[in-house]
Design a binder for this molecule. Structure first.
Ligand code: NDP
Length: 453
């Protein structure tokens, strides 16, 4: 297990909101060695007291459920260093130490190429690992370039392209429920399933993240990575084991089977929009374009929907809808599996039953199955819904993800070919949208999203 973690960008939002709390949870679970060291680096040049006060505040805010002793232990083992990722001498000094190191790039993604070049010259100790946050590249070509740069000096096994959705317990439960139940797996194909919706609708708005989000938009922020990863788990063939090779091979199979979208399909199979002023509950929300830091000329979408088809034996004929939006009226975060209607109703209803829907709630976590209960003497349909609470996770997603990095298990990180395959799916959409083949719609904040065409 690696005993040193260096976070470049170690004073940013991600580090404060997720990485330090993830480490505190690992400490609480007894998963960190006593001599575990954390170095947080940036360009600002903070004093040790200033850094410690910042770390303490972040942990109080974002790790309130973790006992104070573990929060304190992380504050005590974290050190600050001033280091510009573009400066090889500063980077070499920052990573110097005994034994291998895990280097976490919690940096603006535009700095990834520079960071990788600098790390190459800094001579990482053997056995070290590199962690890259999303988005990995901004299109297929830049992802391929990043992969080439990495392959030049570190083995693929040492590269962790993280997608924290895969470390969410609820997402892992999705695969577990699928593969551990004969009643589900035997119906898991296009003969029985008409449509799968993979939805991440949120009431959250931009929340002061224009610096990142306005250059990316909903498609690249959510669909290209998290929602496609969920699609892989729903649609993959059962892997032989959950080892990194088996799991990732099966996910790549799904990505490769997605029918490429063409300029002719994209206007019918995709939608994009951004929110205008409105109200979410009691809260007044300004238009996206009036949020601080937004450049309206970028025409960034805050809502993206893509319909995909999978051209393989299991799924030919099933529609997959991937959708996400900000500033919507309700939070809906789920995978909804819509079964086909029954072929014949002997009760005189003439096929009016509502088709069964199986819902994997992602946040909050639950599992719901809608069944029709109908008897010979009953002439109304009674929907039966079962909601099973799922155990709270033992570690938060970033705790699990950091543990995998430290112990060297890349099963839940994205392999180089997988990252490229995911970009292959969305790159035609990015291109068509940039040429305005699909109009940029609008929806009031607090609404269900743009009206269907
Ligand atoms: P922030 O802008 O909040 O933080 C960026 C950090 O990088 C700061 O500590 C900044 O400090 C440092 N930095 C910038 N330039 C350099 C440089 N040349 N050398 C060294 N350090 C530098 O961004 P986030 O923390 O929000 O995001 C970081 C990464 O995590 C991004 O890739 C983002 O996409 C990803 N991510 C973020 C999530 C979030 O919720 N925040 C969620 C999922 C992914 P300084 O300017 O002082 O150098």
């Amino acid at each position: 297990m690696i005993r040193r973690l260096v976070v470049f960008g170690g004073t940013g939002d991600l580090a404060g909101r997720y990485l330090l709390p993830g480490l505190a949870a690992l400490h609480e679970a007894g998963r960190l060695d006593a001599d575990f060291e954390i170095v947080c680096a940036d360009r600002k040049g903070r004093g040790p007291d200033q850094f410690r006060a910042w770390a303490q505040t972040q942990l109080e805010q974002h790790a309130a459920d973790t006992p104070a002793g573990s929060r304190q232990a992380i504050t005590d083992s974290a050190r600050y260093r001033r280091a510009d990722i573009g400066d090889p001498a500063q980077v070499a000094e920052t990573i110097a130490g005994a034994g291998p190191v895990a280097v976490y790039l919690a940096l603006p993604p535009s700095l990834f190429p520079t960071a990788i070049r600098t790390l190459r010259t800094a001579h990482l100790p053997p056995g070290s690992r590199i962690v890259l946050e999303k988005p990995f590249g901004e299109d297929l070509t830049s992802a391929q370039d990043l992969n080439r740069l990495l392959a030049d000096f570190v083995p693929e096994q040492a590269v962790f392209r993280v997608d924290h959705f895969l470390a969410m317990t609820t997402v892992q439960n999705l695969l577990g429920s699928r593969l551990a139940n004969r009643v589900l797996e035997s119906l898991w194909n296009s003969a029985h399933i008409a449509e799968v919706e993979i939805i991440w609708d949120e009431t959250l708005t931009l929340e002061d993240r224009a610096g990142y989000y306005d250059g990316v938009g909903a498609l690249e922020d959510m669909v290209q990575n998290h929602l496609l990863q969920l699609l892989c788990l729903v649609a993959m063939e059962p892997p032989i084991t959950l080892s990194e090779r088996d799991l990732r091979d099966r996910k790549v199979d799904v990505l490769r089977s997605i029918r490429p979208l063409t300029d002719d399909d994209i206007p019918h199979r995709t939608r994009r929009a951004r929110y205008r002023a409105g109200a979410i509950g009691e809260r007044h929300v300004p238009s996206y374009i009036d949020e601080p830091g937004v450049d309206p000329r970028r025409r960034t979408e805050t809502f993206a929907e893509v319909e995909l088809a999978i051209d393989n034996w299991r799924w030919a004929g099933t529609n997959f809808v991937l959708r996400t939006g900000k500033a919507l009226g309700t939070d809906r975060k789920e995978v909804a599996v819509h079964f086909r209607p029954v072929p014949h109703m002997p009760f005189g209803h003439h096929g009016t039953t509502a088709p069964n829907v199986l819902r994997f709630g992602l946040d909050p976590e639950n599992l719901t199955l809608g069944l029709n209960v109908i008897g010979a003497t009953v002439d109304t349909l009674v929907p039966l819904t079962m909601t099973a609470p799922i155990q709270p996770p033992d570690l938060p997603a970033y705790g699990r993800l950091l543990l995998d990095v430290l112990v060297g298990n890349p099963a839940l990180s994205i392999r180089a070919d997988e990252a490229e395959a995911a970009w292959r799916v969305v790159t035609p959409v990015i291109s068509a949208w940039s040429r305005d083949l699909v109009p940029l719609g609008e929806y009031p904040a607090g609404s269900p999203g743009p009206a269907e065409p």
